[in-house]
Design a protein around this ligand. Structure first.
Ligand SMILES: Cc1ncc(COP(=O)(O)O)c(C=O)c1O
Length: 479
């Protein structure tokens, strides 16, 4: 018998009462920080002293939790991303909620591995899958899986569509002897759709980026032409990826017309609905995404417009068996039993490449239960109203002009006086450095524009007034 060290090593607190005090304090501090989030800067660069903390080598010796919490408070908290702040309007970021934070902490406490097996966390996830189907108008038989984000969900959808087109034997055989697949999306599609073609081994040269109309929606007449040309060239068109809310301007493709077209052409109809899919929650906005409910698959994020803390991407697939057959593998160590912990037919690991995966469903479940979808929809509508209000303020501005219609929650505009748009970039950087607002930039017609994606449930109309004043200050500063 080997000598047992005494005490035997473990990672639980030596003194639970002392730990409780630190843990409660950490929770309280973060709640206080969230309560005050509006008062602070949107963002500030981390100074060298804070960054130096992260240049240290591997810690071999233990350190008190209270000491590490102190470092967290001083070197991490003040220099965070900023997306919780109501004047953060860059990219498309969710703001999170205190409810989501508590749920995330509870999930970490349970530390469930949601790759599979017979435990209650999977019931929660399956319930959210059914709720997602209900939200988007899919049948309850649809299959769904949490992933990191819409980039991953788009990639998985493309793999499912690829296998549906070529048969599941390509899992073994690869694409070498397969016909050349071609896919279609609008020229405003997110870069992750292009990347998905590369990752899937099809090649981004075979993704046809179809020009958009004046509203930013894919031109179906040109889509038809591109598909006819590809068929004439002997290629095999397999997938159309519509967009519900483009990243640049929030434009929405004519999803219903695309659904008709894909049905008649026997093409897989996927929708990248990263944020726009959740328009389906709102009676007012739902008509904009009509046709969403007819897609073969939809990728979207709970971490954007539903404010579930990062990360909570989601893929919904109408044809559950095809989804499963794309990923499921009969590994001995994952075999199922009729009862016990290894029971259950379909496990989440059968629906994507992740085996070990966390309990993303819990923070989503808490968010949906605590707020209800009507309240989330009201917040979504409010961000669209705020974008419209910003559009109206820009229209009346002497300095700025709109560069694309604010269809949803995104307003793109620029200085009237800047022909090449370079000053727009300088204005955005100045806003960031002053910590007063955080829009981002993008290119429209190859020229930089200021882009405000209003996603945050905390953003008020008064914040839009503040933004306008700060834009004018920054315009004067960079002139
Ligand atoms: C339309 C669209 N698609 C895909 C993505 C990527 O989503 P994620 O960042 O969750 O991977 C985004 C991100 O903003 C997006 O707006």
């Amino acid at each position: 018998m080997t000598d047992r060290p005494d005490p035997e090593p473990h990672l639980d607190p030596e003194d639970w009462d002392a730990f409780r005090i630190d843990a409660h304090q950490a929770l309280d501090d973060m709640l206080g920080n969230l309560e005050q989030v509006r008062e602070g800067k949107v963002w500030q660069p981390a100074p060298p002293a804070a960054r130096a903390e992260f240049a240290r080598g591997l810690p071999r010796a233990p350190q008190a939790l209270s000491d590490v919490l102190e470092i967290f408070d001083e070197a991490i908290v003040p220099y965070a991303n900023g997306n919780r702040h109501p004047l953060f309007m860059g990219w498309v970021h969710g703001a999170g909620t205190p409810v989501g934070m508590v749920a995330e902490m509870l999930a970490a406490g349970l530390n469930s591995n949601c790759g599979g097996r017979n435990h209650i966390a999977l019931d929660v996830e399956r319930q959210v899958v059914r709720w997602a189907a209900e939200m988007l108008g899919f049948p309850q038989s649809a299959s769904g899986v949490f992933v990191t984000g819409t980039s991953m969900a788009n990639f998985l959808a493309l793999l499912v569509a690829r296998n549906a087109a070529l048969g599941h034997a390509i899992r073994r055989q690869g694409l070498r002897n397969a016909p050349q697949l071609t896919a279609y999306a609008s020229a405003q599609a997110h870069g992750c759709v292009i990347q998905a073609m590369e990752l899937a081994g099809i090649g981004s040269d075979y993704l046809r980026l179809i020009p958009v109309d004046a509203d930013g929606a894919l031109r179906i007449d040109l889509l038809k032409q591109a598909i006819a040309q590809d068929r004439a060239a002997g290629h095999k068109p397999f997938l159309v990826a519509g967009t519900a809310g483009t990243v640049n301007t929030g434009a929405i493709d004519d999803l219903n017309a695309l659904a008709d077209f894909c049905q008649s052409e026997k093409l897989w109809f996927h929708i990248d609905g990263a944020f726009g899919a959740l328009c389906a929650l709102s009676n007012r906005l739902r008509p904009l995404v009509k046709g969403l409910e007819r897609a073969d698959s939809v990728a979207f994020d709970f971490h954007k417009w539903a404010h579930v803390p990062y990360d909570a991407g989601f893929l919904l697939v109408r044809d559950a068996p095809t989804h499963r057959q794309t990923f499921a593998a009969p590994m001995a160590y994952l075999s199922r039993t009729a009862e016990g912990l290894a029971a259950g037919e379909t496990w989440p690991c059968d629906l994507g490449p992740d085996l070990s995966r966390g309990f993303r469903a819990l923070k989503t479940w808490f968010t949906l239960r605590v707020f209800g979808t009507d309240r989330i929809a009201a917040c979504i509508e409010h961000t669209c109203d705020a974008a419209k209000y910003l559009e109206s303020r820009i229209a009346r501005s002497a300095l700025f002009e709109m560069r694309a219609p604010a269809t949803l929650n995104i307003a793109c505009f620029g200085l009237k006086s800047s022909a090449d748009g370079e000053a727009n970039k300088r204005i955005v950087t100045d806003l960031h450095l002053r910590g007063v607002a955080a829009p981002s930039t993008t290119l429209l017609d190859d020229k930089p524009v200021i882009r405000c994606a209003i996603v945050n449930h905390r953003t008020t109309m008064a914040d839009i007034d503040t933004l306008m004043a700060e834009l004018e200050t920054s315009a004067a500063r960079v002139a």
